[in-house]
Design a protein around this ligand. Structure first.
Ligand code: OOG
Ligand code: NI
Length: 464
């Protein structure tokens, strides 16, 4: 049941994303610098590529880019994860995909909360990469128990946030004043706290076990650890970052530079060392520092089909077998050259990608197609050749586990590389989440299929 006076979930998400961005900009000024740089480079990229601009306008996706970003948080308990799912649901964000990062030496598993429908994505595609700490991967049993105790005693949501989530669930939505309040209350959960809830001694023990454990367990809430604007030219932003006083990480994660971007390319600047204080004896505070928050940028390309993704994974593995990127960046050039070379095997023109069944595309009628009364007997390829139907790449809205691991690693410090036995546990994750995660491929396939249906007047769908 929805009520006409309820604010749309898409609007609440947009407002929340804007509020989060404003808060993070205050907290981490380098994020603001990065935002301005990205905006400038995006304007230049559009000016230099009128065709790209036209297609983005035609697919109604130009508007979303300047407002587009993702963030990341790390949660401590199943209870926090389940509640976070309910909070995000009020904003029309749903868990998509399962990412196991234990293979990469990070004791978490994750999902991405994001909007799923085409219209919602166009309105505002705000996503939050959300990880759950896996205490089960920590060897030290005593520490594990202590950490679990600290976590079970904290409450990361305000009472009012919980009340509004329950109200939204019960009534089917929130009115304007509740929605405004909801955004403010939920923002509190993502805020940075410079007072730890543990002692300096406990922090050190957690930190020695794994820096990420210290980050999750030591504070009152899961501070947003980065916000990532989307750029249309990541190589340019990477090159310009030092001029703005920001030192980027050595390599861009993901595929190499290409004419037709695929999936996702990401780079970040290292986490800042920030002053915090630890709980001392008798209500005193002890000064210390913590390193967690950073900045990241990303360039998004076409979503790949399972076949395309398998080829991507193979080529990335082949590259890494040739040159393993060193944490200190010493072989960055060599890695990039190998990446470019190996990825020659991936077609680099839209029609080639499409025809090989490697990517997802959105189909639409051209002006000529709209004017043509009926060509129903044409198959899709003939309709494209005859200029009746055109296609645009569907943007990849998700994440990449190897890239995510690279981002985690560069921000945990190079000494943090640690071996865990790979142990994906999607069943446990979904039980803790209280829901199953959506399958990203099914989602892109459905968007593609729906676009084809719109071309029914000129395309014989049976043949498509
Ligand atoms: C999340 C790292 C993953 C991305 O863009 O791949 C991520 C984290 O550090 O908590 O945000
Ligand atoms: Ni990120």
């Amino acid at each position: 049941m929805t009520n006409a006076s309820f604010v749309k979930a898409d609007t609440i998400r947009s407002d929340f994303s804007a509020a989060m961005s404003a808060m993070y900009r205050e907290e981490v000024p380098a994020y603001g610098t990065l935002m301005s740089l990205v905006a400038r480079v995006n304007d230049e990229a559009l000016a230099a590529d009128p065709l790209l601009k036209t297609r983005l306008e035609a697919t109604d996706s130009l508007g979303r880019i300047s407002e587009e970003r993702h963030g990341a948080i790390r949660l401590g308990t199943a209870h926090e994860l389940a509640m976070m799912r309910r909070v995000f649901a009020v904003m029309g964000m749903h868990p998509v995909g399962y990412y196991d990062l234990s293979t990469a030496g990070v004791p978490v598993h994750s999902t991405a909360f994001r909007p799923v429908g085409d219209e919602s994505l166009r309105r505002n595609p705000f996503r939050v990469f959300t990880s759950l700490l896996r205490l089960d991967l920590i060897a030290d049993e005593v520490l594990r128990k202590e950490a679990a105790e600290v976590l079970s005693a904290r409450e990361i949501f305000t009472d009012e946030a919980v009340r509004l989530v329950e109200k939204a669930e019960r009534d089917g939505g929130l009115d304007v004043s509740d929605a405004t309040r909801f955004v403010q209350e939920v923002l509190e959960t993502f805020r940075w706290h410079d007072r730890a809830i543990v002692s300096a001694g406990m922090y050190k023990r957690l930190h020695d076990a794994h820096r990420l454990i210290a980050d999750v367990v030591s504070f009152r809430g899961p501070h947003i650890n980065h916000l990532t604007p989307r750029t249309l030219d990541i190589d340019k932003v990477q090159a310009l970052m030092p001029e703005e006083g920001i030192a980027p990480k050595a390599i861009v994660e993901g595929p190499p530079t290409r004419k037709c971007p695929i999936l996702l390319r990401q780079t970040s600047f290292k986490a800042l060392e920030e002053a915090v204080s630890f709980a001392g004896e008798h209500g005193t505070w002890q000064a210390g520092s913590h390193t967690a928050r950073f900045g990241e940028i990303e360039q998004r390309g076409v979503a790949l089909t399972p076949k395309g993704r398998a080829l991507y994974d193979k080529l990335l593995n082949d590259t890494r077998a040739r040159v393993r990127p060193a944490a200190d960046g010493s072989n960055a050039g060599e890695y990039e050259a190998a990446l470019t070379d190996v990825f020659q095997a991936f077609p680099d023109d839209w029609n080639g990608i499409r025809k090989a069944g490697l990517g997802y595309f959105s189909y639409s009628l051209t002006e000529k197609g709209k004017a043509a009364a009926s060509h129903r007997n044409a198959d899709l390829e003939t309709a494209i050749e005859d200029g009746l139907v055109q296609f645009d790449p569907i943007v990849y809205e998700d994440f990449l586990p190897v890239s995510a691991a690279g981002i985690f690693q560069s921000n945990l410090g190079d000494d943090a590389a640690q071996e865990f036995v790979a142990s994906p546990n999607q069943v446990m994750f979904e039980r803790d989440l209280g829901a199953s995660v959506l399958d990203e491929f099914a989602h892109y396939a459905a968007i593609e299929r729906a676009s084809l249906t719109m071309c029914m007047t000129v395309v014989n769908m049976a043949a498509a």
